[in-house]
Design a protein around this ligand. Sequence first.
Ligand code: SAM
Ligand code: SF4
Length: 336
Amino acid sequence: MTQVTTRPLIDGFSRQITYVRLSVTDRCDLRCAYCMPERMQFLPKAEVLSLEELHRLALAFIERGVRKIRLTGGEPLVRRDLMTLVARLGREIGNGLDELTLTTNGTQLAQHATALADAGVRRINVSLDTLQPELFARLTRRDALAQVLDGIDAADRAGLQVKINAVALKGLNEDELPDLIAWAHGRGHDVTLIEVMPLGEVEEDRFDHYLPLTQVREQLEQGWTLTESGHKTGGPARYVDVAQTGGRLGFITPLTNNFCAGCNRVRVTATGQIYMCLGQNDRVDLRAAMRGDDSEAALDAALDRAIRRKPERHDFHIDAPGAAPALSRHMSMTGG
Ligand code: SAM
Ligand code: SF4
């Protein structure tokens, strides 16, 4: 029986928070150049929430009406013993939680696909920006394309529905996008394209590779017929159906088209900091509440405090070459 909370998390703009993206680690086995620097400084382990704390936190959100949890990172599948958390959270599906899912780079998916499916995970997002081994190695600074493709095959065999997420990058995967989309659609995977966002210092200037999706869409429309689709996943993507491939294509356009009005989500870092908006710096420390006195009541009160402060919208922009990132934290802290 699905529970209905009597104390939903509703922000100052009447938006109910039903979706939490929970980062389980800041660590990663890849170093995507747009996401983090080669010598990324990871956090000391003591600062990161234990699996027990992550479980408690997730239950507190479910208690307050959250129905969808996405595990992310860093790379969630590099967190040791993650599957014990996945199995425990899987037991909440149908008991307040509608969906447990995750976003992964796919490198460790071959080992974990069956356990994910057994725990009740039905759909996952796999990030993949290119099918060319050399470009993959350049983008991620690791030679791991074959491992990712094995992971996607294993997910298929385990019966997981896979959506491919690709960041559109000018002069890098720009020309390959139609092939990547056709490949994914041919295997029955939806695809979502993402604009690169100005989060955290990296070595390169993201402006050099920023590719507005309005432009990608115009280019795709020269060869394909795109029809608006009513498909919704509870995320910010807007979908079209592609007549020629028979597949679905989503666009996440934080920069060219603000999507904040329908925002139903918050993000929690692996250290228990809740960010009410991906594009703003305001946060509330849930870990301090959880590790202090009377922690259950303190956590509940911290959730209220956070949601009251959720801003109306983000204000990202990538305006100019050489501009400093809009926010100093990396995407790997909040997991996208
Ligand atoms: N490691 C996992 C993965 O790559 O799927 C989960 C975390 S990763 C931070 C989540 C998503 O954020 C990935 O799809 C990645 O491509 C995207 N991402 C990372 N940095 C980004 C940036 N600066 N702008 C836009 N997307 C970014
Ligand atoms: Fe790792 Fe994901 Fe960031 Fe790539 S995008 S470096 S896989 S956290």
